[in-house]
Design a protein around this ligand. Structure first.
Ligand SMILES: Nc1ncnc2c1ncn2[C@@H]1O[C@H](COP(=O)(O)OP(=O)(O)OP(=O)(O)O)[C@@H](O)[C@H]1O
Ligand SMILES: [Mg+2]
Length: 238
């Protein structure tokens, strides 16, 4: 069997003496959209930051297409093909939309192909093409999120992670953003997505994981999770 795009095994991480992740094991298969659900402060962003090399793992392993990456510095993780669109977007609002996109193409492999990737991103999110010469700060919240996702794509990820892309967006913009995310999967880029918008993300995802007290407590297909009573009462208020 081929190696999964991303795999963490018994991952431990935290800040100083504070433990946040206490043995997280999960996989994202090639071609999959996998959702991570969890309450505020449970450690979802910490998990992504650990995979990205921004937080050092205290135990366990992280593999990207079968290659161990838990000891790599962040730029080597990106160069290996794991790219995240971070929580809170972190765009340069005083730079042009196209300049923000090009910032994403900083690794060498991506830089050489930046023109082609730019066209691919513009095809996914036509609003970015229309406004390519405008300042990023002139975009609406939803459009800025598209820009953040587009910038991550500019790094030519082999696996893409999105940290709460729908945060603060109007429902119509969430629909458009998710439409773009589905198209990214069609480009054969597996997606690991953290979302508070539980109902919509599980409808889109192939599989999902629920993170509670530093561990995965529940996993299944998107459909199975949506039918799970614990998930419904805890995360959907049903
Ligand atoms: N840089 C840091 N230093 C110390 N503690 C931190 C740091 N970043 C996060 N934490 C703590 O680690 C825990 C997990 O935070 P994290 O941001 O990973 O949660 P999250 O699940 O992404 O939450 P949210 O849904 O609010 O985005 C929280 O208790 C948080 O206060
Ligand atoms: Mg977070």
């Amino acid at each position: 069997m081929s190696q999964p795009a991303l795999e963490t095994v018994d991952l431990h991480a935290g800040y100083g003496d504070v433990r946040v992740l206490n043995g997280v094991s999960l996989t994202v298969g090639r071609g999959e959209i996998v959702a991570l659900i969890g309450a505020n402060g449970v450690g979802k962003t910490t998990l992504l930051r650990t995979v990205s090399g921004l937080v050092r793992a205290k135990g366990g392993t992280i593999s990207l297409f079968g290659e161990r990456i838990e000891a790599l510095p962040p730029h080597d993780v990106t160069a290996a093909g794991f790219v995240q669109s971070p929580e809170g977007k972190q765009l340069f609002l005083n730079m042009l939309i196209e300049e923000n996109l090009l910032v994403g193409a900083h690794n060498r492999r991506a830089y050489e192909r930046r023109k082609q990737t730019l066209e691919e991103v513009y095809e996914l999110f036509p609003i970015l093409a229309e406004r390519r010469t405008k300042l990023a700060g002139t975009l609406s919240g939803g459009q800025q999120q598209m820009l953040a996702v587009g910038r991550a794509l500019m790094a030519r990820p082999r696996a893409l992670a999105l940290d709460e892309p729908s945060l603060g967006l109007a429902p119509i913009m969430v629909d458009r953003l998710f439409e773009g995310i589905r198209k990214i999967r069609q480009l054969d880029i597996p997606i690991f997505i953290i979302e508070q918008n539980v109902f919509q993300v599980l409808n889109m995802a192939d599989r999902g994981y629920v993170l509670e007290q530093g561990r995965v407590t529940l996993t299944g297909t998107g459909k199975e999770l949506l039918e799970n009573q614990h998930l419904k009462s805890t995360y959907l208020g049903l």
